[in-house]
Ligand binder design. Structure first.
Ligand code: FES
Length: 162
């Protein structure tokens, strides 16, 4: 009991105390090392894992409801998210609708609807797509945009995978 009290007071610094200090230092440095490894490793893990997670999220979504999109004037378009990817909804002058993924099939830039030119345009390298089908018309895109089904129901527009 007296020995324990004297250790607490620092009067007895024997071999047992040195071992415990060494053990304490090892635990401390191991803990700090693990914190550093986590701080560096977690962002790297998230960076590497995110394309896989995004692909899972994208495939998980099969339908998107756009509540007020039916109010879109003929000749107008709007962007929306289909899963994690940008998409484009177009209300044509003839009253029909088109929806497609707004990701260029060349190098994945986001495309835009140009009503005055009656085309979907990719500003990155001048890719041009058809407004109704999303087919590649001009420029470097190797294939058309991924098209979706469109249904207007109760004032909402429902876009689903084709
Ligand atoms: S990324 Fe669209 S044309 Fe190159």
């Amino acid at each position: 009991m007296n020995k324990a009290i004297s250790r607490i007071n620092g009067a007895d610094a024997g071999a047992g105390d040195l071992m415990s200090r060494r053990t304490f230092a090892q635990i401390l440095f191991t803990g700090v090392g693990l914190c550093y490894a986590g701080a560096i490793g977690y962002p790297i893990y998230r960076y590497l894992a995110s394309p896989i997670e995004r692909a899972k999220e994208t495939t998980a979504v099969s339908e998107v409801t756009l509540p007020d999109a039916a109010k879109l004037e003929p000749g107008a378009a709007m962007m929306f998210k289909f899963g994690t990817k940008p998409a484009l909804l177009i209300h044509h002058q003839d009253g029909t609708w088109s929806a497609m993924e707004a990701v260029c099939t060349h190098l994945a830039c986001t495309v835009q609807y140009q009503a005055e030119e009656n085309r979907i345009y990719c500003a990155c390298h001048g890719g041009v797509y058809d407004v109704k089908t999303g087919a590649a018309i001009a420029g470097p895109p190797p294939k058309g945009l991924k098209a979706f089904n469109v249904k207007v129901q109760d004032g909402a527009v429902i876009v689903s995978k084709a």
